[in-house]
Design a protein around this ligand. Structure first.
Ligand code: AMP
Length: 194
């Protein structure tokens, strides 16, 4: 079983979304804290980002937020987290989030969430890491993502193995069981072409 101490959660910064998505963020933050797993996230106080962080904190969890200086005001950097790292660029933010985390979980979100999720998938495809990536299909939100990847594979732009780079689960209740079932990351993954 994989040892998971820190989980990076990618999710939307919008507040104007359905209650089902907001509830999922709260529940995931609570579940991570109750499991003694540290939350690593983008450091904002708004949208699902703020909800997941506040829920983890409310349940006694440790939360690290990583936010670039130029977004610090726009996303209202969360000063109540256990550790807020203000970094110089988006690239540095994503690199630090990647390095700190044992696994990645994507909740519903917008273009930023898509970028972050696909970055972890493309790096995994290139064997730059072998950490679990879990996509939480809250109320079917990510069905189009799955269809898109299947389309990419069907048209020959990626191998079928690409579908195995991530796991889609139907709800946040399935995240910790899915992580527990994940295989141990390879110690030194070798870059490969797909
Ligand atoms: P969103 O899913 O668009 O609400 O954004 C979620 C998070 O992704 C926020 O913390 C954004 O700052 C971040 N983000 C937005 N756009 C990008 C991008 N192009 N690359 C990386 N992260 C982004």
């Amino acid at each position: 079983m994989v040892s998971i101490k820190r989980v990076c959660v990618y999710c939307g910064s919008s507040d104007r979304v359905d209650a089902a998505y907001r509830d999922a963020a709260v529940r995931l933050g609570t579940l991570l804290a109750e499991a003694g797993i540290e939350l690593v996230y983008g450091g904002g106080r708004i949208g699902l980002m703020g909800l997941v962080a506040n829920a983890a904190l409310a349940s006694g969890g440790r939360v690290t937020g990583i936010i670039p200086a130029h977004l610090h005001d726009a996303e209202v950097g969360h000063h109540g987290v256990s550790q807020l790292m203000v970094v110089g660029s988006m690239h540095e933010r994503k690199q630090r989030m990647f390095e700190m985390s044992d696994a990645f979980v994507s909740l519903p979100g917008g273009l930023g969430t898509l970028d972050e999720t696909f970055e972890m998938l493309t790096w995994k495809q290139l064997s730059l890491h072998d950490k679990p990536v879990i996509v939480v299909d809250v109320a079917g939100y990510w069905a189009p993502l799955q269809q898109l990847v299947e389309h990419v594979v069907a048209k020959g732009f990626a191998g079928a193995a690409s579908l195995g780079l991530y796991r889609i689960v139907p709800s946040v209740e399935d995240v910790l069981p899915a992580l527990a079932e994940s295989r141990e990351p390879a110690v030194s993954p070798q870059p490969r072409l797909v």
